[in-house]
Design a protein around this ligand. Structure first.
Ligand code: WT7
Length: 666
């Protein structure tokens, strides 16, 4: 047991009542979960309904070694179930029908509502019937472009109820990105809202969808139906005048209002029993080659994993109120706003707004309003709130808090300590949860009652997860050291394939080190065995918790007719974690001017989304290339932070370029 000064022990009271209350207990259960996954997960599976039972002797089978045949991961093959039934009907049958599933808190503090498990089921069934009326069957893909309104979880669960596959596109993506994703999965139907407020900004989501539907058409894919939630009229407008100019076009042959469709829909719908390995949803994530990957998750294993990680990592107890601030458009929202909490019959807060509206104490106000006991957010949000000092936090009691979660990127110790001391009053455990869209749920994380915390370390693997560090040659690093973070065996919630592209799944995750799932992250193990995620080892970067590849941004920049070449690197950013620093070589005889810079920023916003907007675009009449033509990115990273200590550049074709780049810094 480590005994360093920079170690924070879990609060005694919290530890005593926690599901896992000592480190020794964690170690024992962990050992069992690795050595006998069928026993460990079989115990979890018992609490759920399986229409066709699972077979413990054939609970889990897999191949991680590409040289032995196709990669495959299967849990509970042969069993059948329905995840919506397990989240709703089962909890209602267990007497929780009147329990609140969601407190909905709107962008404006005057807008809020609540939904019980019983009412949620009724709405889900009605919408499931609407989907069926529009010809949606088992296996069909339904795309979403939605704000954080109750219709979003309702429609997701409606898909799950009839075995349709939801594909949520975060409503901050551009129409191009939405079109590309709808085309890739050949979506039959799109669900959106007329618009949404983000603080005082009014977004016309339907307009973006109209453009995306047209663009999908150009790509050769026709989306038959678009269902639109009328949201703007029912909420408080932070700026009335913006509503006066707000309008949406509805196309007779394609567009339908949610409320019209729901009016006569039957409030019951028999669940479609699906195989444990049938797809539940897909969610796109950036790939290092540019094209987004449709990460596919299946039903049975995901249910086990989402429910167990939620319960244990947040130590969720029946009377707790839990709040995850993530948008459902990201995996965090899928697993820890929707599936994990509902699988446990939990009560959650679902928040539509931003941390800064109407004031920068909104998070803390909401925590007190609903008496939140578990709060889960991202380091970038913590850092942006720290900037306002302690007083917005200290205006609120926050006495109900017990566990504070962090997700999406490494949390720097300074932000960790602020979260721990100012928000958590040194009483709450911090769970720094490392995971990915691909992993489906937490894979490396402290447990709140059991793990002594080190600020900035995600610490130890969750049950069933076996991390290893490998060196460049694929040799395992035992004990202290740093290397590639890989996993040597599957856990129930991991992705099964890239939608429609199993080869890409195999080459992205399983080809670098045969026999292992490769995360793309580096990690260090310290003398106490704690794991510290050191960041991406590929050309991916993480801006405010949004993962993107340098290649995809470069591809957009070079689309511009005045640009000859582009190279993008990550630069540390005090709030966003990382930001985009772009080097642009204009075409011959073209000048590099402010107009070009502005056009490039707009282009990236349009093609990818506003969150991908570069912070810096610099003129680079030449890029630092080796004689073989490879761009030396480490030099560009040095230029981005104005560090002249560039190291060995003797392999560059033209060393003078380096001085020129420093001289050109804006
Ligand atoms: C990448 C995955 C996990 C859901 C949200 C992001 C980074 C995530 C942590 C953490 C250090 C983290 C990794 C990972 N990351 N959580 N606690 N500490 N890094 O999902 O978009 O699939 O991104 O985010 O680099 O690979 P994602």
């Amino acid at each position: 047991m480590p005994s360093d000064k920079s170690i924070f022990q879990p609060d005694q009271k919290l530890a005593r009542s926690a599901y896992v209350s000592t480190f020794q207990q964690y170690e024992e259960s962990y050992k069992e979960s690795i050595e006998h996954p069928e026993n460990f997960w079989g115990n979890v599976a018992k609490q759920f309904h399986w229409e066709t039972p699972y077979d413990l002797s054939n609970f889990n089978s897999f191949n991680f070694d590409i040289s032995k045949g196709p990669i495959s991961i299967k849990w509970m093959e042969g069993a059948s179930t329905n995840i919506c039934y397990n989240l709703l009907d089962r909890n209602i049958k267990n007497g929780h029908g009147d329990k609140i599933a969601f407190f909905w808190e709107g962008n404006h503090p005057d807008d809020y509502s609540r939904l019980t498990y019983r009412k949620l089921l009724e709405e889900v069934c009605r919408f499931a019937n609407v989907l069926k009326q529009h010809g949606i069957n088992k296996g069909d893909r339904v795309s979403f472009y939605m704000p954080m309104v109750m219709e979003l979880p309702i429609a997701m669960l409606a898909c799950a109820r009839i075995g349709a596959v939801h594909s949520i596109v975060f409503a901050g993506f551009s129409s191009d990105s939405l079109a590309e994703r709808m085309n890739d999965c050949k979506a039959k139907l799109l669900i959106t809202a007329d618009g949404a407020w983000r603080g005082e900004k009014l977004l016309n989501l339907k307009k973006i969808c109209d453009q995306a539907l047209d663009k999908a058409e150009e790509l050769g894919h026709h989306v038959e139906t678009c269902i639109v939630v009328s949201h703007i009229k029912r909420v408080t407008a932070p700026k009335e005048e913006l509503v006066d100019d707000f309008s949406v076009d509805m196309r007779d042959d394609r567009d339908f209002w949610w409320h019209d469709e729901m009016e006569d829909a039957e409030p019951s719908c028999y669940p479609e029993w699906v195989a444990a390995e049938d797809p539940l949803f897909m969610l796109y994530t950036s790939g290092s080659t540019g094209k987004p990957k449709g990460v596919l998750h299946t039903t049975g294993g995901y249910l086990l994993y989402a429910s167990t990680t939620f319960k244990i990592v947040f130590d969720y107890k029946p009377n707790d109120v839990y709040w995850c601030t993530a948008d459902i458009g990201w995996i965090t929202g899928h697993t820890y706003v929707l599936y994990g909490p509902l699988a446990n019959g939990a009560t959650s807060v679902m928040f539509e707004g931003t941390p800064f509206y109407p004031d920068n104490d909104r998070y803390w106000a909401v925590i007190d309003k609903y008496k939140v006991s578990q709060f889960y957010t991202a380091p970038t949000a913590i850092r942006s709130l720290m900037k306002f000092g302690d007083s917005p936090v200290l205006k609120h009691s926050l006495e109900t808090l017990k566990v504070l979660g962090s997700v999406g990127e490494p949390i720097n110790p300074e932000a960790w300590l602020w979260y721990y001391k100012i928000v958590g009053k040194e009483r709450c455990s911090i769970v720094d949860t490392f995971w990915q869209t691909e992993t489906g749920g937490h894979v490396i994380t402290p447990l709140p009652g059991a793990t002594p915390m080190k600020p900035g370390s995600a610490s130890f693997p969750f049950f069933g997860v076996k991390p290893m560090l490998l060196d460049e040659g694929g040799k395992e690093i035992q004990g202290e050291g740093e290397g590639y973070l890989v996993f040597s065996q599957p856990w129930p919630g991991m992705m099964r394939t890239v939608y429609n592209d199993h080869k890409r799944f195999e080459s992205t995750y399983f080809s670098k080190f045969p026999g292992y799932y490769c995360t793309g992250d580096g990690a260090r193990r310290d003398a106490d065995g704690y794991l510290w995620i050191t960041g991406r080892v590929d050309d991916m970067l993480n801006v405010s918790g949004h993962l993107m590849s340098t290649a995809e941004v470069e591809a957009v920049l070079t689309e511009h007719t005045r640009v000859s070449e582009a190279a993008v690197v990550s630069r540390p950013h005090p709030v966003k974690g990382e930001c985009l620093y772009c080097f642009i070589t204009p075409n011959q005889n073209e000048v590099f001017d402010k107009k070009l810079v502005d056009e490039l920023k707009v282009l990236v916003r349009e093609r990818i989304g506003p969150f991908a907007q570069p912070d810096v675009i610099q003129n680079a009449p030449g890029l630092p290339k080796t004689r073989s033509g490879k761009i030396m990115r480490r030099v560009l990273r040095k230029v981005a932070v104005n560090d002249r200590d560039v190291g060995d550049i003797s392999t560059l074709a033209d060393e003078a370029i380096v001085d020129q780049l420093f001289a050109n810094r804006p």
